[in-house]
Structures are given as structure tokens and as C-alpha cells.
Write a protein that binds this ligand. Structure first.
Ligand SMILES: [Zn+2]
Length: 193
């Protein structure tokens, strides 16, 4: 079994819910599991991961993984919002997975709202993490295509084409298919739009 996993998907693709379910199952089995999240993801709580559908699990919030050391009994590490860590944090997770016989499962976004890979997500691909796509539908009305991209809007509904890759919260984001991304972000005409 691979010892480093990246479960990726757009916002709203149930990544946190899946993490919470996985943590629950491991704990039910008596398998020592640690749950980590970046300290600046403060949308809900610093000591929990709360899924949009309401299920939650305790978590430890860390600003980085420089000094992080798992407990000796830990068998699994689950990491939420992994895109907000740095490439060197990913390298630390690789050291832990390979050096301590621990399985590391990361959950997060692949690309930002400018169709660019998050640095941590890019690093996960480079180091050979096993990729698992979490699928969800485009959020444009009536569209049933696979959501692969994000669009970010300002308060007047205009699309934002540059800016902070690390903006938190998702009230101004939509998860959309590639065709709707190209149509709206690049103003391209798309068949069937
Ligand atoms: Zn679409």
C-alpha cells in the first residue's frame, strides 16, 4: 500500500467529510491516528475539522511542520487543507512516511482560482503521492460536468483573475468545470454554454 496519499478535489467535493469519516473508522479500530490542519485555516475552529455537512473530528492546528513529530504509537496521519502548507512541509511528511512507517493521507485542493497548482499540491505530485480525485459537479446552474476549477468573485459578482492564492473561506468561490472556467475566466465562447 502506498504510504503517502493525496485526496484532491474542488471546494465542496466532500474532502473534509471523507477525512472525518476516515479518522472515525481508524479510531473505531483502535488505530492511533493524528489529524493535522494548517493553523491559519480558522473558518470553524482551531481544534476541530468540521465538514460542511456537520460531522467533525478533533485536530491539531500547526503553522508549519518544521518541529512536528508524531507520537511513537501513531499509525496514520490525516492532513486537512494540505494546500495551505509549504513544499518543505510536504518534504517533512515524506520523511515521516518513509522513516517512521506511518501512512500519511493528505486532503486538499489541486488548483487555485487562477488555474495554478498550489505549491504544496505540486510538491505532492513531484514526490509521488498516490492521487485520489474526489469528484463533484460543476456549480453553474444546470451543468453536470466534473468540477475541476475554481472561480473567485468579488462582491459585485465580477470574476477575480489575480490575487491572494491563500484567501480563506469559500463564499465568493464557485467550483466549476473546465469549460465554464474558460468561458468565464477567459471570456471564451463554449459550445453548449
Ligand atoms: Zn460547467
Amino acid at each position: 500500500m502506498a504510504n503517502l496519499h493525496f485526496h484532491y478535489g474542488t471546494m465542496g467535493s466532500s474532502k473534509s467529510a471523507q477525512l472525518v469519516i476516515t479518522a472515525y473508522n481508524f479510531n473505531q479500530n483502535g488505530t492511533d491516528t493524528e489529524v493535522l490542519k494548517p493553523a491559519f485555516d480558522t473558518r470553524f475552529s482551531n481544534s476541530e475539522i468540521v465538514s460542511r455537512i456537520g460531522i467533525k473530528t478533533p485536530a491539531v492546528a500547526l503553522p508549519n511542520l518544521n518541529t512536528y513529530t508524531p507520537k511513537p504509537s501513531t499509525k496514520f496521519i490525516l492532513v486537512d487543507e494540505v494546500q495551505f502548507f509549504t513544499p518543505s512541509d510536504i518534504d517533512k511528511l515524506v520523511q515521516i512516511a518513509d522513516g517512521k512507517n506511518i501512512i500519511v493521507m493528505c486532503y486538499g485542493l489541486m488548483v487555485d482560482s487562477n488555474e495554478q497548482l498550489f505549491p504544496a499540491s505540486k510538491r505532492l505530485i513531484e514526490v509521488g503521492a498516490k492521487l485520489h480525485r474526489m469528484e463533484s459537479c460543476c456549480q453553474m446552474p444546470g451543468c453536470t460536468k466534473l468540477a475541476t476549477h475554481h472561480l473567485r468573485f468579488d462582491s459585485t459578482g465580477r470574476v477575480i483573475r489575480a490575487g491572494d492564492q491563500f484567501a480563506l473561506g469559500d463564499s465568493n468561490y464557485k467550483s466549476v468545470c473546465r469549460q465554464h472556467f474558460n468561458a468565464i475566466y477567459h471570456n471564451q465562447k463554449t459550445k453548449g454554454r
